[in-house]
Design a protein around this ligand. Sequence first.
Ligand SMILES: [Zn+2]
Ligand SMILES: [Zn+2]
Ligand SMILES: [Zn+2]
Length: 267
Amino acid sequence: METAMARAPIALTFLGTGTSVGIPVVGCRCGVCTSADPRDKRLRASVLVELPSARVLVDAGPDLRTQCLRAGIADLDAALITHPHADHVCGFDDLRRFSIGADEVLPVYAPASCLAVLRRMYPYAFDGENRYPGYLKPEPRPVAGAFELGGARVCALPVDHGKVECVGYHFDAGPGSRVAYIPDCKRVSPAAMETLAGVDLLVIDALREAPHPTHQSFGEALDVARACGARRTWFTHIAHEVAHAAASRSLPGGVRIAHDGLKLLLP
Ligand SMILES: [Zn+2]
Ligand SMILES: [Zn+2]
Ligand SMILES: [Zn+2]
């Protein structure tokens, strides 16, 4: 008998789960970079988030074209950017495929300081003259706090990540369907921790076991997961010091290491 299934309000697909250089690291012959485990192959960090009525991408790194082909992404309603480090914005021009029509624009949500960097990097896209079909036509949407998008309430979460202004994003599509994506951070702000309280799915920067000046270690990421009471936690932005299979065995229940291609559904 066929039963009516409620449509999942949010689906999250990991397009890349690697740190800035990608894994394998060019020229490295370490055990992880030469691993046969497909979960040890990590493109630059990015996710596709399917909200109740919109498909959005978070970050547009140098692997974006490959990631769109691999995941079969043919259309997008918006892009959200966390911060202007190269591993999160150097594929920005490849978003051109999602503003194909002459009058079609792609909303790009980011902190104002990040949009300013994007304007400097890609002036031709922002100068208003570039209206040809198939060219990149971003529509800047500065974020500060919460906004509505695709049937969800989205909130930019300020985090510390070295000198750059950086945010994560919290997507709230109703009870049981709250997702936070924080790919780069050293410390989550108290304001962001309030928003994260009891989050259903936390995806967070956990570079490796050893400390790093601008990224969280596994221990720091576990502390955040515990402090906010996340129901499930997935680590991302993973370095080549982390072998997926071995490192997964050391994690407590409810906490796992993400891998490229993984798709999660909520509720
Ligand atoms: Zn990064
Ligand atoms: Zn390596
Ligand atoms: Zn970064």
